[in-house]
Write a new protein. Structure first.
Length: 94
C-alpha cells in the first residue's frame, strides 16, 4: 500500500513493480469549456516513488490534457500509446 492509502494487488515480490491496469484511474478532469478532458493513473504514487513522477493519462479525442504550461526545472517525457498526439512547446506553443 502506498503512503496515501492506495491499495494495489501484489503481483510481484518486488515493491517497485506494478501492472498499470492495477492502479485505479483518477476521476476525469474536464474544464468548463470541454477543451481539457483527461484522467490519470498515478503510477508514481502507487509505487511510492521518491525521485520520479510518472503517470498514464488518458486524453479524450480532440481534447487537451492541461492548459499550456512549462517547467524550468523538470523534464517530461511523453509516449502516445494509441491514436495521435500534438505537443505544444516554445514561447508561442508552436
Amino acid at each position: 500500500m502506498a503512503d496515501d492509502g492506495i491499495s494495489i494487488p501484489k503481483r510481484s515480490r518486488f515493491g517497485n513493480v506494478v501492472n498499470a491496469r492495477d492502479v485505479a484511474e483518477d476521476p476525469p478532469f474536464e474544464s468548463a469549456s470541454g477543451s481539457i478532458h483527461a484522467a490519470s493513473r498515478e503510477l508514481a504514487v502507487a509505487l511510492n516513488a521518491k525521485d520520479l513522477g510518472y503517470s498514464i493519462t488518458r486524453i479524450e479525442s480532440g481534447a487537451s490534457s492541461c492548459p499550456y504550461q512549462f517547467h524550468h526545472g523538470e523534464e517530461e517525457m511523453f509516449f502516445v500509446l494509441e491514436g495521435r498526439g500534438l505537443l505544444r512547446q516554445g514561447v508561442d506553443g508552436e
